[in-house]
Design a protein around this ligand. Structure first.
Ligand code: FEO
Length: 176
């Protein structure tokens, strides 16, 4: 069954949102470099890579259904934040927004009786649970750290360990 115009448009919009997410986390990585928190910067750089994988999942899916991928201009992401907590609060809100958009896509697929798209979106439903959890966990740690520079140094060292595509306590994995 050919993909409907409505679903195609919504999938392309989400593909572009995932690219924006990548861009946002790359900007956060640059912010952490600027305040000399290299572990946090590394964590965000891995997140940038994860978001590009999310974008390419939409790219490949659209193509596999015979649809045409459309790339939009990328919005300029924010550049400055007040603190690491401010960054992670911003990021968690962003992820909650992404979850809502995925849920809207699920609803649209159901309305359009597009069961293949519905099935593809299952991966994203699970992934969003992981995404929110990993941001939330770091936010909790940052709240414990407070203004303790030594504790921040240790957290930075922990986040330096995150590697792209490897599951550990500092980030979700990319397995599918
Ligand atoms: Fe692509 Fe962070 O969700």
């Amino acid at each position: 069954m050919a993909i409907s115009e409505k679903v195609l448009k919504a999938l392309n919009a989400q593909l572009n949102r995932e690219i924006y997410s990548a861009y946002l986390y790359l900007s956060m990585s640059a912010y952490f470099e600027s305040i000399n928190l290299k572990g946090f910067s590394n964590w965000m750089r891995v997140q940038w890579q994860e978001e590009l994988v999310h974008a390419m999942k939409f790219f490949d899916y659209i193509t596999s259904r015979g649809g045409r991928v459309e790339l939009y201009g990328i919005e300029t992401p924010p550049k400055e934040w007040k603190s690491p907590i401010d960054v992670f609060e911003f990021a968690l809100n962003h992820e909650k927004n992404v979850t809502s958009r995925i849920n809207e896509l699920v609803e649209l697929s159901m309305a359009e009786k597009d069961y293949a798209t519905l099935n593809m979106l299952r991966w994203f439903i699970d992934e969003q649970v992981e995404e929110e959890k990993s941001f939330e966990e770091i936010l909790i740690k940052l709240r414990f750290v407070g203004s303790d520079a030594r504790a921040l140094f240790f957290l930075d060292a922990e986040l330096a360990k995150r590697k792209f595509g490897v599951e550990d306590e500092t980030g979700s994995s990319l397995q599918d």
